[in-house]
Design a protein around this ligand. Structure first.
Ligand code: ADP
Ligand code: MG
Length: 736
């Protein structure tokens, strides 16, 4: 059958109401109607469905559309029925969700020849019964949607997809069209081989999405960053992807606590809730959907303005697909992903115990993700390159790296040093261990191997462990080093690496992409909530807040202390949001630790309890529970080190912080009520009378805990650092 351009345009208008084709749609459609095979590579949102739907509607017989997701199928069938009015039978789907009676209706329509499109799940297609039935009807074409599911190199491999070709041959010959948005050369050739369509014409559109902005952020405080980001983009629609259902739930609750309308979406929700949440997002009753990757396939919301990856995805294909859901209408689309190497390690753990071939693939996909995340090159270029496309511009102007370029250095010597260590330790250790040795950080494990006496111990102590970990990571990316996932991630030197080791050459490493290890990112929610509720116009309860302030005044008076020592505004604000009614719950509020809760807490919680009862307040249990913030590992380390009177410089170095960061941590420790004694450090670093001056100032004069005020009042003789240190002493002694 052939079709003219005029005709195919008429059909487009008639069936779908569109005036023009997108991209190469017309060529693809004409090609298929001519009876030829086609392989269509088009980014998400490019308009792949139409490429087989229109031919199916024009050609004689029924098109078999193989599609992986049951939910997606129903969606597509509804859409087609919507386009082509008054004929329910025109499109059907066949999958495990149908009843016997429903299946019979489908079969009747197929036999009568009214059905132009039949969507089948691969599981249903491979059933003998289905094959036998389909043999009897005329097939116009086979469309294999999401065809990357065929390839082990796709992010979504489905073994049943491997059998499609064999079954097609049994049902009967007709043109095959495979469609996917995953275009890496590996996946592409895999698909073509498997479907026996090596000679098919390949229609590949550019994968560049010029309107998308790509950014990778350090995952040190993702929740806070996300809330801030959304507040800066108020009213815009966005999707946040997390890897686990639990995280999805948590984050959605946290956003709501902070005045952001958000709903969760994941496979663990019952179908009604799920479709309700999806609709609420599509109809803009909520701005944000927090989802696992289950969300978004086939979802067509054109004005999604941001896609955030709370967790880094396990492949760049996944990343690209998910980010692709932003800005489908060609307008703004910001794509922000949070990256911490720890997440990569988590993903590696999931692979343990899987067949080796699968591990190898997974490992390679992850390496590509790491290299993308840590690169200092144009992200667009790397992405497109990954999909086998050259991007020739030097600066895309729309990714973080192009907007703020990062420094590189020749890492020849550093890489060589790393290898020297690896080889001298017989390739028997993990990256963290190696980094610690090089930076000269000793710990009990290192001592147990006597490696604190190794000749290379502290050979790179001018840099911290984090630096060395990054060198090792980049060595993995460059295929100079290898990591054995099955054996705890032991690092070895590859053949390529050995060549480098024998004759080192220049390798450019990234200087400043020092992604901090995400700490326990579950800890600081209460703090976030307080901060942002202030900015966002106060999610707190103003009446309660005023009452709490009165309580604070009276408590302070009784204890003969400044009010800000009793507790800070932010803590009160938090109480007015979370309504804690026990001392334990109170500790979830920012700035309220064990000590503070014990010392002053009772009056606050009994007021709140009374208030909650009298006003029938429903407390946000969820949030309170979830913010049960354990002290992060760093804080515990600092407290223990101070107990042991370790010099601050050493503490900071061990945690790769600078003095300023350390002081901030200590401030947050004491302001939440933990008592620590830093006299040993003050004695060594501060003259006695200066110390007393500052101390007296806080005791007698200060109206608040503001450092700015203190510096102003104390005059130019005093340095910020010493003032802050003394304030730490003061707060710790009086308040805690
Ligand atoms: P893909 O499967 O490639 O991700 P879809 O087939 O779901 O993309 O199409 C994405 C969107 O583009 C849909 O809303 C579809 O209706 C729309 N679309 C497809 N072709 C055209 C066209 N020729 N003109 C206008 N809109 C189109
Ligand atoms: Mg599609």
């Amino acid at each position: 059958m052939t079709i003219s351009s005029t005709e195919v345009h008429q059909k487009l208008k008639f069936f779908f109401g569109f005036d023009t084709f997108k991209g190469e749609q017309e060529q693809i459609i004409t090609h298929i109607i001519n009876g030829e095979d086609a392989f269509v590579l088009m980014p998400t949102g490019g308009g792949k469905s139409l490429c087989y739907q229109l031919p199916a509607l024009c050609m004689e017989g029924t098109a078999i559309v193989i599609s992986p997701l049951i939910a997606l199928m129903k969606n597509q069938v509804d859409a087609i029925r919507g386009f082509v009015q008054n004929d329910e039978g025109i499109a059907h789907f066949l999958n495990s969700s149908l009843t016997k009676a429903q299946i019979q209706t489908v079969k009747d329509n197929l036999s009568k020849g009214v059905t132009k499109l039949l969507y089948v799940a691969p599981e249903s297609l491979t059933k003998e019964e289905t094959i036998a039935f389909l043999k009897k009807i005329k097939i116009s074409l086979y469309a294999i949607d999401e065809a990357h599911c065929i390839s082990e190199w796709g992010h979504d491999f489905r073994p049943e997809y491997r059998r499609i070709h064999e079954i097609i041959k049994r049902i009967g010959v007709a043109p095959i069209v495979a469609l996917t948005a995953t275009a890496t050369p590996k996946v592409q050739s895999d698909i073509q081989k498997n479907l026996g369509m090596i000679d098919a014409k390949v229609f590949k559109s550019s994968f560049n999405r010029p309107n998308l902005f790509y950014e990778i952020r350090d995952k040190s405080n993702p929740k806070k960053d996300i809330i801030k980001f959304i507040k800066e983009n108020t009213g815009k629609s966005g999707i946040i992807y997390c890897l686990s259902r639990k995280k999805v739930e948590e984050l959605a609750a946290l956003l709501n606590m902070n005045g952001i309308k958000a709903l969760p979406y994941h496979a663990g929700l019952d179908p009604t809730t799920r479709s309700h949440n999806q609709d609420a997002f599509l109809m803009e009753q909520v701005d944000v959907i927090v989802a696992t990757i289950a969300f978004g396939m086939g979802i067509d919301k054109p004005d999604v303005r941001f896609v955030i990856h709370y967790d880094i995805p396990k492949s760049l294909e996944g990343y690209y697909q998910e980010t692709g859901r932003a800005g489908r209408d060609g307008a703004e689309g910001k794509c922000v992903a949070f990256y911490s190497y720890k997440d990569i390690q988590k993903l590696e753990k999931f692979m343990q115990g899987k067949p080796i071939s699968e591990q190898e693939i997974g490992k390679q996909l992850l390496l590509d993700v790491v290299s993308y995340a840590e690169t200092n090159q144009c992200r667009r270029k790397i992405l497109l390159n990954y999909f086998g496309e050259d991007y020739l511009q030097d600066n895309c102007g729309s990714c973080d790296n192009c907007l703020s370029p990062k420094a590189q250095f020749d890492g020849k010597e550093q890489m060589h040093l790393v290898m020297e260590l690896i080889l001298s330790l017989k390739e028997n250790f993990k990256a963290e261990y190696l980094s610690d040795i090089l930076s000269g950080v000793s710990n009990s494990v290192i001592k147990s191997y006597n490696h604190h006496k190794h000749p290379l111990f502290a050979a790179g102590s001018n840099k911290g462990s984090r630096f060395w970990a990054a060198v090792i990571r980049q060595g993995l990316v460059l295929n100079l080093l290898d990591k054995d996932i099955e054996r705890y991630g032991l690092i070895s030197v590859t053949d390529e690496g050995k060549k480098f080791f024998n004759t080192p050459y220049t390798i450019m490493l990234t200087e400043d992409r020092s992604f901090v290890e995400g700490e326990d990112d579950d800890s600081d929610d209460a703090a976030i909530s307080a901060k942002f509720s202030q900015q966002g116009g106060g999610a707190g309860d103003p009446v309660l807040l005023a009452m709490l302030k009165d309580v604070r005044k009276s408590v302070a008076k009784k204890a003969n202390l400044p009010t800000w020592i009793v507790c800070q505004d932010q803590s009160l604000e938090d109480m007015s949001i979370m309504y804690p009614i026990t001392l334990d719950e109170l500790k979830n509020c920012q700035g309220v630790g064990e000590g503070k809760a014990k010392k002053f807490g009772k009056e606050f919680v009994s007021l709140i309890e009374k208030y909650v009862k009298e006003n029938d307040i429903i407390r946000p249990d969820d949030f309170v529970l979830r913010t049960a913030a354990n002290k992060s590992a760093v804080k515990v380390f600092i407290i223990q080190s101070i107990d042991r009177k370790m010099p601050f410089e050493d503490i900071a170095r061990a945690k790769d912080m600078d003095m300023e960061e350390l002081i901030e941590e200590i401030e947050s420790i004491v302001s939440s009520g933990t008592r620590i004694n830093i006299d040993y450090y003050l004695r060594q670093n501060l003259e006695e009378d200066r110390l007393l001056d500052i101390y007296d100032y806080f005791k007698e004069e200060a109206q608040s805990d503001s450092i700015t005020d203190a510096l102003r009042d104390l005059g130019p003789d005093y340095e910020e650092e010493e003032v802050r240190l003394v304030r730490i002493k003061f707060i710790s002694e009086l308040g805690n």
